[in-house]
Design a protein around this ligand. Structure first.
Ligand code: ADP
Ligand code: MG
Length: 404
C-alpha cells in the first residue's frame, strides 16, 4: 500500500523526525486556511498523488508553460491561485504514465530556505536479506539518472536486521553526504530515526528525495529536514497495522485491483490481451510465461486461490472482463482441495452470468478431472477444452487471432 506525502510526513513527525510544518487541503478554501496557520512568508503548495516527479510534472488542462505540481507561493493570494489551478486537474509526471493522475488533495507547507539537497532511501534488499540504506549527495533529481550517469555518487549500506542500526551506519551516512559539524550529527540521528520508523511501520520502501540541509540560521549552522517522503508498506504485514488502514486512498489505486481485493483475489493488471484465471501464484506465473512463449501477452495476473468458490470465480471473470483490452480468457485450474467438477460448474455459471463474448479456453487438472471436462463439454457453451499447459496457451493464442 502506498500513501500520500502528507500522511508519510505525519507518521515521520510522530516518530520525532524533522519535517517542515504543513496541512493537507481538499479545497481552495482549506488551502488558504492551511496557509494562514503557517508563518510564511514562503509557502509551498504541493499536489498529493501517489507518484513522484510532481515538481517537474505538467497539468494536462493547463498550457505547457504553466508551473508543475509543486509550487512556491509568496502570499496568501498566490497560495489561493495555485490551489485553484491544481485541484481537480490531471498531473502527468515521469511516474504517472501519460494518463496522469487527478489532483484531489493538496499539501500546504512551510517554504524552506534550502542550502543543499540530498537523497536517502530505505528498502528491503531481497538479495542480501537485509535493509538497504541508499544515500547520495545528488538529491532533488531522479535517482535513476544519478545511478545511470554517476553511479559513484550513490552509497549503499546494508543493515543486518538482527543487529539493527549501529552508530557506524549513521557515521557512514554523514560521511557519504560529506557533512560536517552540526549537520553531520543531525544526519546520523536522522538516519537512525528513519531506519527505526521503517522497521516499526513495516515499510517496503521509504524514500526521502530531497533530504535537505537548510541555510545556516543564527547559530551559524543549518538543519537537516525531510522535504519529500514516499512510503510503501509491506502488504504482508498489513494485519499488524490496523491504524494504517485509514490512510488508504482508493482513488489512487487501480479500480480493478480494489474490486479484486474485496473478493480476496490476487489480481494485477498487465498490458496484454489474454485474461488469465488461475489458482495458485506459481501456476499463475507459469501460465503467464507460457502465454508469452506462444507470442502473446497476459492481460493480468489473477490467482483465485486454493478454495475458489463459484462466487469467487464469477467475481474473477467480471474483473478480468471489465478490462477492455481482454480479447480471450485462459482458465488454468488445478483441482486439489477443490474438485474439478465443482470448478467446472463454477466456470459455467460464471460464464453465463457475465454473458461471455470472448473465446474461453479451459484447462483442468486434478481430482475428478474427467467429470469436470464432461460437464464443460455438455454445457452448450463455446468453451475450448485443453489438455495441458502448452496446449491451453497455443489454443487461446490461436482463438484470439481467429476472433480478431
Ligand atoms: P517531487 O519529487 O514529486 O517532484 P518534491 O516534494 O521532491 O516533489 O518537490 C520538488 C522540489 O521542490 C524539491 O526538490 C525542492 O527543491 C522543492 N521543494 C519541495 N518542498 C519544498 C519546501 N517545503 N520548501 C522549499 N522547496 C521545496
Ligand atoms: Mg521528491
Amino acid at each position: 500500500m502506498n500513501i500520500h506525502e502528507y500522511q508519510a510526513k505525519d507518521l515521520l513527525a510522530k516518530a520525532g523526525i524533522a519535517v517542515p510544518a504543513g496541512y493537507p487541503a481538499m479545497s481552495v478554501e482549506e488551502a488558504v486556511a492551511a496557509a494562514r496557520k503557517l508563518p510564511g512568508p514562503l509557502w509551498v503548495v504541493k499536489s498529493q498523488i501517489h507518484a513522484g516527479g510532481r515538481g517537474k510534472g505538467k497539468f494536462k488542462e493547463l498550457p505547457p508553460e504553466a508551473r508543475g505540481g509543486v509550487r512556491l507561493a509568496r502570499s496568501l493570494e498566490e497560495v489561493e491561485a495555485n490551489a485553484r489551478e491544481m485541484l481537480g486537474n490531471t498531473l502527468v509526471t515521469v511516474q504517472t504514465g501519460e494518463t496522469g493522475k487527478q489532483v484531489n488533495r493538496l499539501y500546504v507547507t512551510d517554504g524552506v530556505d534550502i542550502a543543499r539537497e540530498y537523497y536517502l532511501a530505505l528498502l528491503v534488499d531481497r538479495a542480501t536479506g537485509r535493509i538497504a540504506m541508499v544515500v547520495s549527495t545528488e538529491g532533488g533529481m531522479s535517482i535513476e539518472d544519478v545511478a545511470h550517469d554517476t553511479p559513484e555518487k550513490i552509497t549503499t549500506l546494508t543493515i543486518d536486521p538482527a543487529q539493527g542500526f549501529q552508530p557506524h551506519h549513521g557515521r557512514a551516512v554523514a560521511y557519504a553526504l560529506k557533512l560536517d559539524g552540526a549537520v553531520n550529527k543531525a544526519a546520523q540521528k536522522l538516519s537512525r530515526q528513519l531506519y527505526d520508523a521503517f522497521v516499526a511501520l513495516d515499510c517496503s520502501m521509504l524514500e526521502i528525495n530531497p533530504l535537505v540541509e537548510t541555510a545556516p540560521d543564527s547559530s551559524g549552522s543549518g538543519r537537516m529536514l525531510v522535504l519529500d517522503a514516499k512510503v510503501s508498506f509491506d502488504s504482508n504485514a498489513e494485519f499488524r497495522h490496523p491504524e494504517l488502514e485509514s490512510l488508504r486512498d482508493e482513488s489512487e489505486e487501480d479500480p480493478m485491483e480494489v474490486e479484486a481485493g474485496k473478493h480476496d483475489l490476487a489480481y494485477i493488471k498487465l498490458d496484454g490481451n489474454i485474461g488469465c484465471m488461475v489458482n495458485g501464484a506459481g501456476l499463475a506465473m507459469a501460465t503467464m510465461d507460457i502465454i508469452k512463449l506462444n507470442g502473446a501477452f497476459p492481460a493480468n495476473f489473477c490467482d483465485v486461490g486454493g478454495g475458489a468458490s463459484k462466487e469467487k470465480v464469477t467475481a474473477a471473470f467480471k474483473i478480468i472482463l471489465s478490462d477492455p483490452a481482454v480479447e480471450g480468457i485462459l482458465v488454468n485450474i488445478f483441482g486439489g482441495i477443490m474438485r474439478c467438477d465443482t470448478i467446472a460448474e463454477g466456470i459455467i455459471a460464471a460464464a453465463r452470468e457475465v454473458d461471455l463474448k470472448v473465446p474461453l479456453v479451459v484447462r483442468l487438472e486434478g481430482t475428478n478431472v474427467e467429470q469436470g471436462k464432461a460437464i464443460l463439454a455438455g454445457s452448450g457453451l463455446a468453451i475450448v477444452p485443453a489438455n495441458d499447459l502448452g496446449d491451453a496457451a497455443r489454443k487461446i493464442v490461436a482463438e484470439v487471432k481467429k476472433a480478431a
